[in-house]
Write a protein that binds this ligand. Structure first.
Ligand SMILES: [Zn+2]
Length: 157
């Protein structure tokens, strides 16, 4: 990063260079880089399975998260839901893509709980997973979670 001015220091929330006008299409490499930054902060002393995630709003704003494990295992939270919670807390509600990064040999899909959390806001979300050596796999959330329990499901109660 030699020659990088302070004005281009990564934003604390997005991990992108401050002041970046992302428009509606953040380069995928930026989403991956942001997720890798969060992955470095993962708290995963029990599984040693470190995960980072970056979720992009339809307006091109990026929020990131990492897995945060706990000695009481069920209290842990996944990177995908961490990123989603950060976005929701900032007022975002509509999302286009999520990038998941791990150090696994194969790209990891989101777990079932995260699929359910994501479908609440983005049934058509593009899910992109990046493995240790850069292998990428893509899914539609609709394919990963067919027939989801959604807000409309409650209307039938
Ligand atoms: Zn999960």
């Amino acid at each position: 990063m030699s020659g990088q001015s302070e004005a281009n220091a990564p934003d604390a929330v997005s991990g992108l260079p401050a002041g970046t006008d992302t428009g509606s299409a953040v380069p995928e490499s930026w989403l991956i880089a942001s997720a890798r930054i969060s992955q470095a902060n993962a708290h995963a002393p029990y599984s040693n399975f470190r995960v980072g995630a970056s979720i992009e709003t339809v307006d091109g704003v990026v929020f990131s998260g990492c897995n945060v494990e706990n000695a009481s295992y069920p209290a842990g939270v996944c990177a995908e839901r961490g990123a989603l919670a950060a976005a929701i807390a900032s007022g975002a509600r509509k999302f286009s893509r999520i990038v998941i990064v791990t150090d696994a040999d194969e790209p990891s899909p989101p777990c079932g709980i995260c699929r359910q959390a994501l479908v609440e806001f983005a049934p058509a979300l593009e899910v992109i997973s990046v493995a240790a050596r850069g292998r990428i796999q893509r899914w539609s959330l609709a394919d990963l979670l067919p027939s989801p329990f959604s807000p409309s499901s409650l209307a039938h109660a």
